[in-house]
Ligand binder design. Structure first.
Ligand code: GLA
Ligand code: GLA
Length: 697
């Protein structure tokens, strides 16, 4: 994973307080008459807003014709914001090409796998690999950079917007040409490509590079390695666009940090952000709550993974919602307390800036029903009052700025390659969901009150006593070796069904499953036994609390224990495999390697994890009575640690944890903090010795 060459944070305007958290929104003044602008700045100041992202969708306004530029309005807004003490994260405005460009150059429009053109009318209708689009985009970037290089409000560059949100997979001729170049770089020769793609299968042997195509609509299942490489290529193609804009910005405005907003959230899976993070000056993320029983856990998981992607350093929450979004089938408003708790959960996981989409709710356009900091109802509204309250809270949390995450005893390994390859078609089951399995483990850890870091695969594992690697489907020789070393060194590994099955080319490891992890786990599986929809198997065994019958869904394995030292922790109690091992653990010195062969869900994982954590000597840092009800995260620097306590429930929770109160209410002299329903408290301690990663320079 590339690491930032030297991470840089916002370039705050000269007169700004030394230590502060960022607070603000996407600001789209071009949607409003200029009379509103002054009122915007007044309200922003009153709410404690100190940074906005400007110009994200302004291309058509800035450059109304190929050779006409209109910077007057943007100059005015930049000056107005600066006069109001508000810094600008200025967009390069390349996210949505204007109608004149797509009319003159329809060859920049993306093409779907069935050959249909993606027409303008929404946004992001451009091919990441189009040289024509690139030329026009860079011309705009240059014009903006040269114009605002010395503007005192300019705190950062915001490249494009959510790269890949709508234009990730493009199957055009441009994409085909760029894909071939990418493949030549990866494989060098056609022979190597043929070997990697396994083209002996179905007469796919390539005799010339020109014969190689993106995986367009085919008669049957397209070649899986071709699909996997196309996913890798598509992520890289967007990253290339980021690099092209970034390099030009760095040339013209070397003092201004460059970022772009990632989408670490839900099922957004196409961009391998772990491979992008080293290319930006600081990581920025957008997150929207995914409704459902694990909504809050998913938010925490995403924020946690963003921190992992950022190497534990602070990051920028570029967008989330004050209340409802507009793009789900049914869009629910946030409940009282949720705006604050959601925002502070991101801060707990390392966000040093908290921004929303968007400042003022639109009156027209596709997002007019999306919440904002100033809703349709105006400033006299509960949403805006909550916005103002959050501004005050973030001011109080200024001392947290710059503190890095304190490593947790447990790591949950997150691997884009396994996500991509594990969910390809023509598999034993089409029901497996990589991120859902990972989230279940995370939910179980939250339920047990045990801190965990979600880290991208490739992050050094040393220091994490327990590494949970759910559905780690792709295991290269190097990855297998890394995991073996972790266990040999006294660490604990927990993995699940469909792990260790293929190498980086999606070729099966022979000799029995779980292939690359077979020896480490001490088991062997001849055949997979996925479960039909709706079928449930019962498990019983030692780790399951008395009287609790755990149930598995989705998958089972017919496991043979090969290494006599392996303990069978649970067996199937029903179904075709009744009596056979379901969960195994192989002790290795002080370490161990555990295999869970079915989907247990968050509740089913709790007793299993609890037993495994106990064996690994990992206990919750929270008092027993609040475990599961409160999420604990730690941010720290030399000499001080901040404890974030997030109430996961809608009831008040009293937490007897000592510390200097930065945020929250202490209800008794002996230091019991009472968390409001969905409330958050922050305590400062100087007596904790965490291993704290290097702060930003
Ligand atoms: C994304 C985009 C924003 C807006 C929001 C709405 O995050 O970046 O422009 O469309 O979604 O949720
Ligand atoms: C058909 C085809 C075979 C193979 C099998 C798989 O019978 O002829 O090549 O694809 O399906 O079930």
């Amino acid at each position: 994973m590339p690491q930032p060459r030297s991470p840089r944070w916002l370039r705050w305007p000269a007169a700004s307080p030394e230590q502060r958290l960022g607070y603000g929104a996407d600001y789209n003044p071009e949607q409003w008459p200029r009379e509103v602008w002054a009122d915007d700045v007044r309200l922003m100041r009153a709410a404690g807003v100190n940074i906005v992202s400007l110009g994200i969708f302004s291309w058509a306004r800035i450059q109304p014709r190929p050779d006409a530029w209109d910077f007057g309005w943007l100059d005015e807004v930049m000056d107005l914001l600066h006069a109001g003490g508000i810094a600008v994260d200025l967009a390069t405005a390349t996210a949505s090409p204007p109608p004149w460009l797509t009319t003159a150059h329809p060859e920049i429009l993306p093409v779907t796998r069935t050959g249909a053109t993606v027409w303008p009318g929404a946004r992001q209708h451009w091919r990441p690999t189009s040289p024509v689009f690139r030329r026009y985009a860079l011309r705009l970037v240059r014009a903006l950079a040269e114009r605002y290089v010395d503007h005192p409000a300019l705190a950062a560059w915001h490249v494009s917007n959510e790269l890949g949100c709508h234009n990730l997979y493009d199957y055009s001729e441009d994409a085909a040409a760029a894909f071939r170049t990418w493949l030549r770089d990866r494989y060098g020769t056609l022979d190597a490509l043929n070997a990697a793609w396994g083209t002996a299968f179905w007469s796919q042997l390539y005799g010339a590079w020109a014969q190689v195509l993106p995986p367009r609509l085919a008669a049957s299942h397209p070649n899986p390695t071709q699909q996997l490489d196309f996913m890798r290529f598509s992520s890289d193609a967007l990253k290339d666009h980021l690099l092209a804009e970034r390099d030009l910005l760095r040339k013209i405005t070397p003092d201004v940090p460059v970022t772009t907003n990632f989408m670490v959230m839900g099922e957004v899976k196409g961009m391998d952000y772990a491979a992008w993070a080293g290319e930006v000056d600081f990581v920025a993320n957008d997150h929207y709550v995914v409704p459902g029983p694990q909504a809050r856990d998913e938010l925490s998981f995403s924020a946690n993974l963003t921190s992992g992607i950022a190497g534990g350093r602070p990051w920028f929450l570029m967008e989330h919602a004050t209340s409802a979004v507009n793009w789900q089938p049914v869009n629910l408003p946030k409940l009282r307390g949720e705006l604050l708790r959601d925002a502070l959960t991101h801060v707990a996981h390392g966000a040093d800036a908290v921004c929303f989409f968007q400042w003022r709710q639109s009156v027209a356009g596709a997002e007019k029903y999306h919440s904002a900091m100033v809703p349709h109802a105006g400033e006299d509204s509960d949403v805006h009052r909550a916005v103002v309250e959050l501004g005050r809270v973030l001011e109080r949390l200024a001392p947290v700025a710059g503190a890095c995450r304190v490593p947790a005893p447990v790591a949950v390994l997150f691997d884009w390659q396994s996500w991509w390859a594990g969910e390809l078609d023509s598999h034993p089951s089409s029901r497996l969901r990589y991120r859902a399995e990972a989230l279940d483990w995370y939910s179980a850890l939250l339920a047990l009150g045990v801190r965990a870091d979600v880290v991208p695969a490739g992050t050094p594992l040393a220091g994490h006593r327990v590494v949970v690697a759910p559905m780690l489907h792709v295991v290269s020789r190097d990855r297998a070796e890394e995991l073996r070393r972790h266990v040999d060194g006294g660490g604990h590994l927990v993995t699940t069904y469909f792990s260790g099955i293929v190498d980086e080319n999606d070729h099966v490891w022979l000799g029995g499953y779980p292939g690359a992890l077979r020896e480490l786990l001490g088991i062997r599986i001849e055949e997979f036994h996925p479960l039909p929809d709706g079928e449930v198997v019962a498990l019983d065994g030692d780790p399951l609390a008395p009287g609790v019958v755990a149930t598995g869904t989705l998958w089972t394995d017919r496991i043979d224990v090969v290494d006599p030292s392996v303990d069978v922790l649970a067996r199937y109690a029903s179904g075709d495999l009744a009596g056979r091992p379901a969960i195994t653990r192989r002790p290795v010195g002080d370490g161990s390697a555990t295999y869970v062969s079915t989907r247990l869900g968050p509740d089913g994982l709790v007793p299993v994890l609890s037993r495994l954590l106990a064996a690994a000597g990992v206990t919750s840092e929270l008092p027993p009575q609040v475990r599961g009800r409160v999420e604990l995260t730690l941010r720290g620097r030399e000499g001080e640690t901040f404890l974030f306590l997030v109430n996961r429930t809608a009831e008040p929770v009293a937490v007897p944890v000592p510390g200097e109160v930065v945020l929250g209410h202490v209800s008794s002299p002996d230091g019991v903090v009472t968390l409001q329903p969905r409330g958050v408290a922050v305590l400062r301690r100087t007596d904790l010795r965490g291993r704290i990663p290097a702060g930003r320079s």
